[in-house]
Design a protein around this ligand. Structure first.
Ligand SMILES: C[S@@+](CC[C@H](N)C(=O)[O-])C[C@H]1O[C@@H](n2cnc3c(N)ncnc32)[C@H](O)[C@@H]1O
Length: 216
């Protein structure tokens, strides 16, 4: 696992196992903000909910989790964030002395145990394969952040998206960085209404997939 700087000053990782970066080299934080945190913002602004549940596929470095908790804290949202990860990165690779207290808590929280990261901010990191995972709660937003459809075609299927569609609250949004035609098609056939949005630097489009309405 290699830690790599990206164009906006934030870091990503390179997985030798999958020969793929965890985020865009044009800016890990910028990409996470646009693809995932903007979906959370949209749900929050359009529903007015102050208790929100987010589910993430691929916890990875915890960057999406960190940004979601920062957003929740700044907007007085009570957040339950649960995330599945099949191949956790070791704590000592992720953490450095300069990391924020919030990030330290996120990374040091135990696998498979619910942790209160800050007042009203809950994290449950689950070490499992998304294919085997069974939901026991319903998210409002899903951050779909597996490796690419080229690398992991088994994680971008109609079958898997159908499971996610049924788990999602209504209204709800699934956001993902891939706008590949086959991904759009699989999401649509699972029941989602799919919108293509402008992507971050270096990426033309991203997808927001809605449950039951074109907008939340
Ligand atoms: C693009 S990276 C995710 C980046 C992460 N969201 C972040 O903020 O750093 C994809 C992640 O999906 C994980 N993954 C791959 N296959 C998986 C599976 N079958 N089930 C759960 N997680 C998986 C990888 O180990 C990796 O951490």
């Amino acid at each position: 696992m290699q830690k790599i700087p990206t164009s906006d000053g934030s870091f990503t990782y390179y997985s030798e196992q999958f020969s793929e970066n965890y985020h865009s080299l044009h800016g890990a934080k910028s990409e996470s903000n646009l693809v995932y945190i903007e979906a959370l913002r949209k749900l929050f602004e359009q529903t007015g909910k102050t208790e929100i549940c987010v589910f993430e596929v691929g916890f990875g470095s915890g960057l999406n989790a960190l940004l979601a908790f920062e957003f929740a804290k700044n907007n007085h949202i009570s957040l339950f964030y649960f995330s599945v990860e099949k191949y956790p990165i070791e704590e000592n690779i992720l953490l450095s002395e300069t990391d924020s207290a919030l990030y330290q808590k996120i990374i040091k929280s135990k696998w498979n145990v619910k942790a209160e990261i800050d007042a009203g901010l809950f994290l449950l990191k689950i070490k499992t394969d998304i294919i085997d995972f069974e939901f026991d709660r319903n998210p409002d937003v899903i951050f779909y952040d597996a490796f690419s459809p080229e690398t992991q075609p088994e994680l971008w299927t109609r079958e898997l998206f159908t499971k996610l569609f049924h788990s999602l609250n209504s209204p709800g949004i699934l956001s993902t960085y891939s706008s590949k035609g086959t991904v759009k098609q699989a999401l649509r056939s699972a029941g989602f209404i799919v919108n293509r949005l402008p992507g971050p630097q270096g990426k033309r489009h991203i997808l927001y997939a809605y449950k039951n309405s074109a907008e939340v």
